[in-house]
Write a protein that binds this ligand. Structure first.
Ligand SMILES: Nc1nc2c(ncn2[C@@H]2O[C@H](COP(=O)(O)OP(=O)(O)OP(=O)(O)O)[C@@H](O)[C@H]2O)c(=O)[nH]1
Length: 323
């Protein structure tokens, strides 16, 4: 490619990527572009939570993924080797005889974002990859301020609404080839106000951070996590039958009870419902929230499935005041 062609191509690419108004669509477009380069066999993006020097403290969540995916990520070993060495930016390296390019955004974004490209590209394409990295890193940090919660780095309520719509649409379109269901889960820390009142707001924030970290470690990389607001979080658990969904939630519920938070022991109330493709997404949230309300009203520190609630309770509990 001549240098004029190169500049033209770079301008075209930046215009194309700057037009994307959400992290999801931008990342899809960037991965699609990398996959179109000669010599590339795969491009995947990850969110990295925790300490890259500690295998147990590290959580790697792949994005994007399809909802019917169930295998754990095959690049985990590679990431464990490459991450501690990366100082950010674009790095080419070999692993078990294969060529890779690691694009590592460490600046101004939380969680750290990685794109892993498998393959070897020409030197002129590598210059374009580096250019796209620069645009992507800047755009991600801009889009994050709109789509993520500052404190925990989790996607926020607005992003949850978009994602839930996508999940429902996915199940609606897959009626002929159904996979295991998804579950809408609302999780709320019990007596959080007391933590703030006793230890102060900063301690409260610290508890929220630890709680969010536990969520990231306990749920699978195929599930979606959000901070809905305050001390309320949402998980969309994918590809799980009713028994598995219950087990996943019990495991998290127990993990919270076992954990030593900065303020001492903490408990969580959980309400959940199955994602039924014919129920409007907002109503799904409301059902999970009613189940949560039921848990709060019946002593807290418990898990309630909306489908198991008595139909009378489902309708009438709204009027009860919680203290
Ligand atoms: N530290 C901190 N506190 C917050 C944040 N967002 C909301 N809160 C506080 O969270 C508390 C929530 O209190 P409530 O809604 O009464 O809930 P609760 O005390 O957990 O009681 P139950 O949910 O009924 O168990 C309020 O005091 C809010 O001010 C935040 O980002 N940081």
């Amino acid at each position: 490619m001549s240098s004029d062609q190169h500049i033209k191509k770079a301008f075209e690419l930046s215009a194309k990527f700057l037009a994307h108004k959400s992290y999801n669509s931008l990342t899809h477009a960037v991965l699609h572009y990398f996959c179109s380069l000669e010599g590339v066999s795969e491009a995947v993006s990850y969110e990295i939570f925790g300490d890259p020097n500690s295998e147990t403290g590290l959580s790697i969540r792949r994005f994007p993924m399809t909802l019917d995916e169930s295998y754990s990520d095959r690049n985990r070993d590679l990431m464990l080797k490459a991450l501690p060495k990366s100082k950010g930016g674009v790095t080419c390296f070999k692993f078990k005889g294969d060529d890779y390019i690691l694009l590592d955004i460490t600046k101004d974004v939380l969680p750290r974002r990685i794109i892993l490209i498998r393959g070897k590209v020409s030197s002129s394409d590598l210059i374009l990859v580096e250019g796209v990295y620069g645009i992507y890193a800047n755009q991600v940090s801009l889009l994050d301020s709109k789509e993520r919660d500052n404190l925990t780095g989790l996607p926020n309520r607005q992003t949850m609404e978009f994602t839930l719509n996508d999940v429902v649409t996915f199940h609606r379109n897959n009626k002929l080839n159904p996979i295991k269901p998804s579950w809408m889960v609302v999780l709320d820390i019990d007596h959080f106000k007391k933590i703030n009142d006793t230890f102060g707001h900063l301690y409260g924030d610290e508890v929220l951070l630890h709680f969010a970290d536990l969520l990231k470690k306990s749920f699978r990389h195929t599930d979606f996590l959000f901070r809905y607001g305050g001390e309320e979080f949402v998980a969309i658990v994918n590809n799980a039958n009713p028994e598995e969904a219950q087990q996943i939630l019990e495991r998290f519920h127990q993990a919270v009870q076992d954990y030593d938070f900065p303020s001492g022991k903490v408990t969580v109330s959980i309400g959940y419902t199955q994602v039924d493709p014919v129920t409007p997404p907002l109503l799904l949230f409301e059902h999970a929230d009613r189940a949560l309300y039921h848990a709060k009203h019946n002593g807290r520190n418990m898990i309630v499935n909306f489908e198991d609630m008595d139909s009378q309770v489902r309708v009438h509990e709204d009027d009860i005041e919680l203290f």
